[in-house]
Design a protein. Structure first.
Length: 111
C-alpha cells in the first residue's frame, strides 16, 4: 500500500472486482489517469460480480506499468455512470473488491 495525496492508503492490486449490491443491472470498465478505458465487462444483475485482470489491459496500446493508478467506472443500465476510488496496478495476485450500492441515479462505489 502507498499513501495518496489526501493521506488515504491506496491498494496495489492485480484484479478489480465489482459486486452489484444495488437495485439495477450494471457493467464496469477500468480507467487510467488519462481517462482511457479498457476491460469493459458484460452487464450483470444484483448479487453478482465480475472481475477484470489488470495485467490483460492496454491503454493507448501500452500495458499498465507497476504502480500506475486506475479506477473502476460503473455504468448503470438506464442510469448514471460513476467512478470509484483509485487503486494502483501490481502483478501480485491481489484483488480490490468494490461494492456498488444504491439506485440507478444515486449510488456509491466503495472499497
Amino acid at each position: 500500500m502507498s499513501t495518496s495525496e489526501n493521506g488515504a492508503n491506496v491498494l496495489h492490486v492485480q484484479y478489480i472486482r465489482c459486486v452489484n449490491n444495488a437495485g439495477f443491472v450494471m457493467c464496469f470498465s477500468v480507467l487510467d489517469n488519462d481517462g482511457r478505458e479498457d476491460g469493459e465487462t458484460s452487464n450483470f444483475p444484483i448479487n453478482q460480480s465480475h472481475q477484470v485482470d489488470l495485467a490483460d489491459l492496454k491503454f493507448g496500446d501500452r500495458p499498465l506499468e507497476i504502480g500506475q493508478p486506475v479506477r473502476p467506472q460503473v455504468m448503470v443500465v438506464l442510469g448514471a455512470t460513476r467512478q470509484g476510488p483509485p487503486v494502483r496496478y501490481a502483478p501480485n495476485g491481489q484483488t480490490a473488491t468494490f461494492s456498488v450500492r444504491g439506485t440507478t441515479l444515486s449510488y456509491d462505489i466503495s472499497l
